[in-house]
Design a binder for this molecule. Structure first.
Ligand SMILES: O=C(O)[C@H](O)[C@@H](O)[C@H](O)[C@H](O)COP(=O)(O)O
Length: 260
């Protein structure tokens, strides 16, 4: 696993715009070299801010929207269409504005879907959907995601992997149900660290003063059980995208060199 790389932008808006530009390039390159792209989206303010910036980006339609698979790192286990669901917010921010192939938008099950209120069954169903889409050559339980994005919570949680809770300790399953999450709503579906670490690249999004302590903890050697963001590593790249407020408590040794 590669050591995390850090890029710090002036403020939240610039971070979202720059991250969106970075994502466009990554997707276009993946489509050029492999014919398709596979991206995992994240919920939250930073995640949705990036999607909104992507929707407004001049180069947006350099992406072939019919050849991209979209997955989620986690989902709030609420009824279909609930405004608090990550997929609802992603549709509003971006997906309703671009011609994605609905069969390639892989939303996590809703609490009024085929599994009802059984969040573990919903998680198992999503794990099976991931396994069906896994690349035959690598026989892995999930596709080789080109980019997996994660917002970072003030407590260092990523996806719905919260410090010390059972989900962050999962070492076998790729998707699990979460009950009693400290961030409402309490019931969620989430990828686990083994699934996250199958991605080629993991991008962690942290903007705002309220992320400064979490970034400093996660990047200063904390363990993944106490600081789940510390365990979010990509196979070939782990990239932290911060704004200067979120980077304000980083050890000086970590802060990227000032531009010459
Ligand atoms: O369902 C969710 O809430 C998100 O998936 C969650 O993991 C989010 O990314 C972080 O909590 C950061 O959220 P903010 O960017 O809003 O701080």
């Amino acid at each position: 696993m590669s050591a995390p790389q850090l890029v710090v932008h002036r403020d939240k808006d610039l971070m979202a715009q720059a991250a969106a530009a970075r994502l466009i390039t990554k997707i276009v390159d993946a489509q050029a070299s492999r014919g398709h792209a596979s991206v995992v989206l994240t919920g939250g303010r930073n995640g949705n801010g990036l999607l909104a910036a992507l929707a407004a980006a001049p180069a947006r339609d350099a992406i072939d929207w019919g050849r991209i698979d979209l997955w989620w790192g986690d989902e709030r286990f609420l009824p279909e269409g609930d405004p608090e669901r990550n997929v609802t917010q992603a549709r509003e921010a971006l997906l309703d504005s671009v011609p994605v192939d609905p069969k390639r938008v892989h939303a996590m099950p809703a609490s009024d879907g085929p599994y009802g209120a059984d969040v573990e069954a919903a998680a198992e169903a999503y794990a099976e959907e991931l396994a069906r889409a896994a690349d035959p050559e690598n026989h892995g339980p999930v596709p080789t995601f080109d980019v997996l994005m994660l917002g970072v919570g003030p407590d260092t949680h990523v996806a719905s992997l919260f410090p010390e809770l059972p989900a962050v300790r999962e070492t076998e399953r790729t998707v699990v149900g979460v009950r009693g999450a400290p961030k409402p709503p309490p019931t969620r579906v989430t990828l686990t660290l083994p699934a996250i670490r199958a991605a080629r690249e993991v991008w962690l999004l942290a903007a705002g003063e309220d992320k400064a302590q979490a970034a400093a903890i996660a990047l200063s050697g904390a363990g993944e059980i106490q600081a789940p963001a510390a365990g979010a590593r990509g196979r070939s790249r782990t990239l932290w995208l911060l704004d200067s407020a979120a980077a304000s408590q980083l050890p000086r040794s970590l802060y990227p060199p000032a531009s010459p």
